[in-house]
Write a protein that binds this ligand. Structure first.
Ligand code: AMP
Length: 404
């Protein structure tokens, strides 16, 4: 048995030989398809180790996934058939496609599948019962399997039949990708080594209120950057001039600062900032104190003194959690603050000094732009599920795998 708070493949294997057992495996095969072929196989690559481990032990792996938003109707524009060849290519295994995820179409293909082979079932969202988390639909899904494995963290924030209700009907386990994600996330916020520094950037605070509210009660330092820092600066009476700023959220920003203070979390706002008159390539820019943004200018990045402050925080930290860029990173040189901070965190991680976990929205693109993503302890590509986890929410698909 594993020591984790959720059941893993090791628990499945501990129950005995799985040769010939039918393992229903929830994957996220919602991959981009162009001209009938998969154009980015990253999500498939992530679930291949689990598929291969299960088939290697003789299981029949039956893949379940959603694909696009067919809204409960059978619509072949959203058929998973186009994805089957890419699953076969990536896994090196034979993959048989079944025209439906329930009923005779599914059970007849599964009945003739050999131990160690893979069946891909048609889009779960062709049935309304999927998004309604319908019990009768989950019964139908569960009827063709002996065990359930969820390897789709990116779909775990949804309470759907293939992520939640099914897990109540079969012995349920986390796949290897899910296990890696949950282990990284638990290490970063649930049981982190302290001090913990959270970096939250991006455009606006309005989309990240729950996230900020949760983090201030959990971390030792909260670094706020990006456009959202402007709202906090303005809430403290600083004139941010032409900068992106949610002036109507001044009270909210002050409440977050008060909550942080009460929780003993130190909030770090930019001390100096890079400003320009326009957000475009080659726009003349300069670094000024955050309190002295010139007329007609906008804040587009954090300045060098702020970068130095952050470096000192990172040196003293044991854990870093990161969501959102520190500046308008799409156009150089406004990616400088994000790049410098990301490279520093990556270097400390590589040296074994830090556990670093990042994800959500533009963060993956920003860290890739900095050439730093590979050296972080874990970069989540899960988007919405990662953000909900940062917000402290219980993810239904994860909860369903919990031992308690
Ligand atoms: P989000 O999706 O909320 O993480 O926000 C990411 C976006 O925030 C990126 O497109 C950045 O260009 C933008 N951003 C970051 N800093 C600033 C800033 N100071 N002014 C305007 N936009 C910014």
């Amino acid at each position: 048995m594993s020591e984790k708070s959720f059941a893993t493949l090791d628990d499945l294997f501990a129950h005995g030989d799985i040769t010939g057992k039918r393992v229903l495996m929830r994957a996220d095969l919602n991959v981009p398809v162009r001209d009938g072929a998969v154009s980015d196989a990253t999500r498939i690559e992530r679930v291949v180790p689990t598929i291969r481990e299960l088939t290697g032990k003789g299981a029949i792996v039956i893949l379940l996934s959603h694909f696009g938003r067919p809204k409960g109707e059978r619509n072949l524009e959203f058929s998973l058939k186009a994805v089957a060849p890419a699953v076969a290519d990536q896994s090196g295994l034979e993959v048989t496609f079944a025209d439906d995820c329930v009923g005779d179409a599914a059970s007849s293909v599964i009945a003739s599948a050999k131990p160690g082979s893979v069946v891909l079932l048609e889009n779960t969202r062709f049935h309304k019962g999927e998004t309604n988390n319908d019990g009768a639909f989950a019964d139908q899904l569960a009827a063709v399997g002996d065990a359930y494995v969820n390897d789709a963290f990116s779909a775990a924030h949804r309470a759907h039949a293939s992520t939640q209700a099914i897990a109540k009907r079969l012995p349920a386990y986390a796949g290897r990708a899910m296990e890696a994600e949950l282990t990284a996330l638990e290490g970063a916020l649930a049981k982190p080594e302290k001090p913990v520094v959270a970096i939250v950037g991006g455009a606006k605070i309005s989309t990240k209120l729950d996230l900020l509210g949760n983090l201030v009660s959990r971390v030792d330092y909260l670094v706020i950057g990006g456009g959202m820092a402007n709202t906090f600066l303005a809430a403290q009476g600083i004139d941010v001039k032409k900068s992106l700023c949610e002036h109507d959220l001044g009270d909210t920003a002050r409440e977050i600062l008060a909550k942080a203070e009460a929780a003993g979390c130190q909030v770090l706002l930019p001390r100096d900032v890079v400003v320009a008159q326009e957000f475009k390539a080659m726009a003349p820019c300069k670094t000024v104190p955050a309190t002295e943004v010139p007329d007609g200018h906008m804040i587009l990045d954090v300045g060098s003194d702020t970068i130095a402050d952050l470096a000192a925080r990172f040196e003293a930290a044991k854990t870093v959690v990161w969501n959102g860029p520190l500046g308008a990173f799409e156009i150089a040189p406004f990616d400088n603050g994000t790049n410098a901070a990301a490279r520093h965190v990556a270097m400390l991680t590589k040296m074994g000094e830090l556990n670093s976990v990042a994800g959500g929205g533009d963060t993956v693109a920003a860290l890739n732009n900095a050439g730093a993503a590979d050296d972080f302890s874990y970069v989540s590509t899960a988007g919405g599920a990662f953000l909900e986890w940062l917000e402290g929410k219980t993810l239904p698909g994860v909860d369903a795998l919990s031992r308690s």
